[in-house]
Design a protein around this ligand. Structure first.
Ligand SMILES: *Cc1c(COP(=O)(O)O)cnc(C)c1O
Length: 231
């Protein structure tokens, strides 16, 4: 799959260019490859091209790939909606969860995290621009929830994540990411030791990097368009 290797190279170059434009360095932004709907063979190709961190949104599909790729030592991130009856396999098989948006979910993940593993690295998902979306905590509820989650023993709260409403207007993209950054800076000023702004996807990662993203989550620009009916 030479196309995956060349897509990865192009994405990394575009990320570095966006970082330079923002007076940042390329190593301040981590690339998370979003492999949902794509087969384990595609993940293996990306791994062979040097990619080490991968993200999935659908639990069963993710567990199948994690098992099939066990030999690689991939760092797996969960970025999909977390149902409360599905927290245990997430706590057992992932390094990171970006989509925590309720205390009950966080408490279950902490209680179910195996003590043999490091704390589960977490981001709070914020509903930054899409009022109709059911995912994400409201901006005015972020602070209280972040402080509650930060007290849980087997989680490490690293920062905030958002999926803004899609738009092609770079200024609208930047405004949404700037709102997430403001919330993040506010939490830091309240004493939370955060270091992660998980924001930016294939169509808007340049705007996200301009506004301070430390992790971008990129799927289709690496693996191609998703075909949900084939899942
Ligand atoms: C699918 C997905 C992505 C990647 O989207 P692309 O547009 O393919 O880059 C990023 N974040 C989340 C939460 C996703 O569900």
């Amino acid at each position: 799959m030479a196309i995956i290797a060349s897509n990865l190279q192009a994405v990394r170059a575009a990320m570095a260019a966006a970082a330079v434009l923002a007076d940042r360095t390329a190593d301040e932004v981590t690339l998370l490859a979003v492999s949902k709907t794509f087969p384990a063979t595609a993940v293996r190709s990306a791994f062979q091209a040097g990619q080490r961190r991968f993200a999935e949104s659908y639990l069963q599909e993710a567990l199948d790939k994690i098992a099939a790729l066990d030999d690689l030592g991939i760092e797996w991130h969960f970025i999909g909606p977390v149902q409360s009856n599905k927290t245990r396999p997430i706590a057992e098989h992932f390094c990171w969860v970006h989509s925590v948006d309720r205390l009950k979910i966080a408490e279950r993940l902490s209680a179910q995290r195996p003590v043999s593993l490091p704390p589960l690295q977490c981001c709070l998902q914020v509903n930054i621009s899409d009022e109709d979306s059911k995912s994400g905590v409201r901006p005015d509820e972020v602070s209280q929830l972040a402080h509650e989650i930060a007290r849980l023993p087997n989680l490490q709260l690293r920062g905030l994540m958002a999926v803004p409403a899609p738009t092609d207007d770079p200024l609208v993209q930047r405004a949404a990411f700037a709102r997430l950054r403001e919330l993040y800076l506010q939490l830091k000023s309240e004493g939370l030791p955060l270091d992660t702004l998980s924001m930016g996807m294939s169509h808007d990662f340049a705007a996200a990097i301009a506004e301070g993203a430390t992790i971008v989550r990129i799927g289709s620009a690496i693996f191609g368009e998703r075909n949900y009916s084939a899942r």
